[in-house]
Design a protein around this ligand. Structure first.
Ligand code: NDP
Length: 330
């Protein structure tokens, strides 16, 4: 049994949610085949939902969030993993109802664990984290639907956020022209540095909700925000183009009609990074470590310790996130 440090979220008697650093022991962790000493985690929007008591993400408290973890196997009861192996865990139930990566140890089923690909350090893997995996899944799905670099830009909404910023960088590195939608006018330089060739104000994507179709503009799109912005993207795709939909920061519902689908043959593609088979996750991590490896990973992130996480959680909940938050778990 080892004692360790973890960020814990608890519910007060008044129904508020508080975070603090606590000492825990590995005996208190759930059953599982692989015990991992976490070195890095990352902050995703879902972690902030968990930390603020969203029951759709986490049913019971006290709880340690962190849907991402990268670290070293401390012990394993299965042959595939041995003490000392460097591994990555993202998604499934980690950080939702299973104690997550904002603690120095996690214990999880072997079926959730991926060996670190050679081309990425544990730190780089967590700069990407679930956000990077999701951006990669979106680009992969768009390419499977026929997207190729061309004249028409690929639109990315929520572009300064975690998934959005990596999608911008990844698409640009693959030779696509990228139009970045943002509510943060002061972050145009950041987006241009990542490779965006056009900055679109979020307000432009919020207008025209009542119209059935909008001007055909985009060769494809990665939508991280949902709501009516998503359907305005659908309405402004070029004929036959696709949008990969993965997020909900602008809302879960949208007003829609069949017209863009039946008049322009566009496609709305759903992307889940959480419950997909481990082999699919592993193949995306391989891509992200090789042919899709980003040169500017450090430009994409700021590093915080567990103590600084509460401030970062407030910022992401307020829509103020710029790039990724890498969490050092030492
Ligand atoms: P971030 O908070 O880092 O990024 C979201 C971005 O959305 C913000 O930075 C902001 O970008 C924009 N935004 C925020 N509020 C609004 C609003 N009210 N209207 C329009 N745009 C807004 O979150 P993540 O990148 O971690 O996650 C993005 C979304 O994707 C979340 O909804 C998350 O739950 C989801 N997600 C889904 C996954 C899946 O498997 N399907 C996996 C990972 C994430 P800007 O200011 O530049 O416009």
């Amino acid at each position: 049994m080892s004692s360790f440090k973890a960020l814990q979220v608890s519910e007060t008697t008044e129904g508020r949610f508080e975070t603090r650093i606590v000492e825990r022991t590995t005996d208190e962790l759930p059953a599982g085949e692989v015990l991992i000493r976490v070195h890095y985690s990352s902050l995703n929007f879902k972690d902030a939902l968990s930390a603020s008591g969203n029951r759709g993400v986490t049913r019971s408290f006290p709880h340690t969030p962190g849907i991402d973890a990268a670290g070293v196997v401390a012990s394993s009861s299965v042959g595939e993993f041995a003490e000392g192996d460097e591994v990555i865990v993202t998604g499934y139930d980690l950080g939702m109802n299973t104690a997550g990566g904002f603690g120095q140890y996690i214990r999880v089923p072997a079926a959730w664990v991926i060996k670190r690909p050679q081309g990425l350090s544990l730190r780089e893997a967590m700069i990407l984290g679930t956000a990077g995996l999701t951006a990669a899944l979106c680009v992969d799905k768009l390419e499977q639907a026929g997207l190729e670099p061309g004249e028409a830009p690929v639109l990315v909404t929520g572009a300064t956020g975690g998934v959005g910023s990596i999608a911008v960088a990844l698409l640009a590195s693959l030779g696509y022209k990228v139009a970045a939608v943002t509510g943060k006018a002061d972050q145009a330089d950041f987006l241009t540095r990542l490779g965006a060739s056009q900055i679109v104000e979020r307000a432009a994507l919020q207008a025209g909700v009542e119209k059935a179709l909008l001007k055909e503009q985009w060769g494809g799109a990665v939508d991280t925000v949902g709501g009516d912005i998503l359907f305005n993207v659908v309405k402004s795709l070029q004929r036959g183009a696709s949008v990969a939909c993965c997020g909900l920061t602008a809302g879960t519902h949208f007003q829609a009609s069949v017209l863009p689908f039946i008049l322009r043959g566009v496609n709305l593609l759903g992307v889940d990074s959480v419950e997909i088979p481990l082999v699919v996750k592993a193949s995306m991590w391989d891509k992200l470590s090789l042919q899709w490896k980003l040169a500017n990973l450090d430009d994409l992130s700021q590093e915080v310790g567990l103590e600084e996480l509460p401030t970062a959680i407030e910022r992401i909940l307020a829509g103020g996130q710029v790039g990724r938050v890498l969490v050092r778990v030492d």
